[in-house]
Design a protein around this ligand. Structure first.
Ligand SMILES: [Zn+2]
Ligand SMILES: [Zn+2]
Length: 419
């Protein structure tokens, strides 16, 4: 019996790999212009790292793939990258070498979720982190850079949602206010929100259920509870974005699913994506480095869901995505002529033209049929007569036109083919 892939994971076939490579390459080249370097952290970490960062009781914390290794140690597949990057920052004493650290990453993350369109159990994220700088002007630059990236890959229909969720000084006051105000409505909240009331009360604001929203939309916005520092920080972020003509929507009910966020948080949503419309999210996490045993340095980051981003791109402008171009296809008639196939193929490859030899040595018509099925545009035919006369036949499969080309003229002719 045939074995299928596990639920929630998928093969990325060559055509799609090209698209992932393209967005990752664009991200790399843009982020490096802002001073970011690439980092690659392990796929699995000690579970405790995520319990102390992402939170044990958050959705993400509960969705982790956790397992014991052969020595009985508890490990987890990474559900996101920020925790690992902060760990690496501390483990390599980066803070003793530089005041600020800018890194970007791309790679697979793992969460045990109910699979949906563009929401898989193994999914890919591109993201950045800046550790060591608390300035609101950095928040603005980070958001501006994310937008520049989407502009580069020609995703134009998007919206920024912005909020501040305060700091460890002011947020407890707001959470206390929420706890008081929601007490009388507790039984009217959905079961998930009833649990959140105990474990992560801010997340109730984020519930998409109508019943919960009709209750939460009457609550006072978090902005009323921000301390002077958080207020002034948020004011500068908003003013700075306006200064750059970046339009955004203030969403006082925006919160993030992870425990470690502070102050500025944002999401970028696409009208193409339906209910799961967030494809980029981030914010500050000023306490996380200290909570993981490091110095009290502020930090900010964002991550982009590559599956959702590609889905939005496909819906917006399929033609802007790169397509695989077929190779030039070499047909050899007669096994004894195989080495002339090598020779011609390599002279084309030296001109950076993708070239593939058909080694079946079947009849011309059946090899042409195979070339057609693979939708190749150019075929090179090498038969006994061609070898004797030191030439080949180039055939354009679209027009059916053929050219006899001498071996020594192939370099010149290859310009016609382009690449
Ligand atoms: Zn505050
Ligand atoms: Zn709810």
């Amino acid at each position: 019996m045939m074995i299928h892939s596990p639920r929630g994971v998928e093969d990325i076939l060559p055509q799609k790999v090209l698209q992932y490579q393209w967005i990752e390459k664009e991200a790399s080249s843009l982020f490096s212009l802002y001073g970011y370097e690439e980092i690659r952290t392990p796929i699995f970490e000690k579970t405790e790292l995520f319990h102390r960062s992402v939170g044990k009781e958050t959705d993400t914390g509960k969705q982790m793939y956790t397992f014991l290794d052969k020595k009985g140690r508890t490990l987890s597949l990474r559900p996101e990258a920020t925790a690992s990057i902060v760990r690496a920052y501390l483990e390599h004493n980066i803070f003793t070498k530089s005041r600020e650290w800018r890194v970007w990453y791309a790679g697979p993350m793992f969460r045990y979720e109910r699979p949906q369109a563009a929401r898989l159990r193994e999914f890919r994220q591109i993201g950045i982190e800046v550790i060591g700088e608390g300035s609101p002007y950095l928040d603005i630059e980070v958001i501006e850079m994310a937008l520049k990236f989407f502009e580069r890959i020609q995703l134009t229909k998007l919206q920024i949602q912005l909020n501040s969720i305060g700091c460890k000084r002011c947020r407890p006051l707001y959470e206390k206010e929420l706890r008081n105000s929601l007490k009388k409505d507790l039984k009217n909240l959905c079961p998930i929100c009833q649990r959140r009331y105990q474990s992560n009360i801010l997340r109730i604001l984020d519930c998409k259920k109508e019943g919960c929203q009709s209750i939460t939309r009457k609550l006072p916005p978090v902005e009323n509870y921000l301390c002077p520092d958080c207020q002034s920080h948020f004011k500068k972020v908003k003013e700075g974005l306006r200064e750059l003509h970046i339009s955004f929507t203030l969403n006082p009910y925006l919160v993030r699913g992870l425990d470690y966020y502070t102050q500025t948080i944002f999401e970028i949503i696409s009208p193409h994506l339906g209910a799961q419309n967030t494809f980029c999210a981030g914010g500050r996490y000023n306490d996380l480095v200290e909570e993981l045993g490091g110095p009290p340095v502020p930090a900010i980051g964002f991550s982009i869901g590559e599956e959702r981003l590609l889905l939005a791109l496909r819906k917006e402008k399929e033609s802007s995505l790169p397509q695989i171009s077929p190779p030039v296809y070499i047909i050899i008639i007669g096994e004894e002529n195989y080495k002339w196939g090598y020779k011609i193929a390599n002279s084309l490859r030296s001109k950076k033209i993708k070239t593939k030899i058909n080694f079946s040595f079947k009849s011309l018509s059946s090899q042409l049929k195979e070339a057609n099925r693979e939708k190749v545009q150019w075929v090179v035919i090498i038969g006994q007569e061609e070898v004797q006369k030191k030439k080949v036949i180039f055939r354009n499969m679209d027009s059916g036109k053929q050219w006899e080309v001498l071996w020594k003229e192939i370099d010149k002719f290859s310009k016609k083919i382009g690449s």
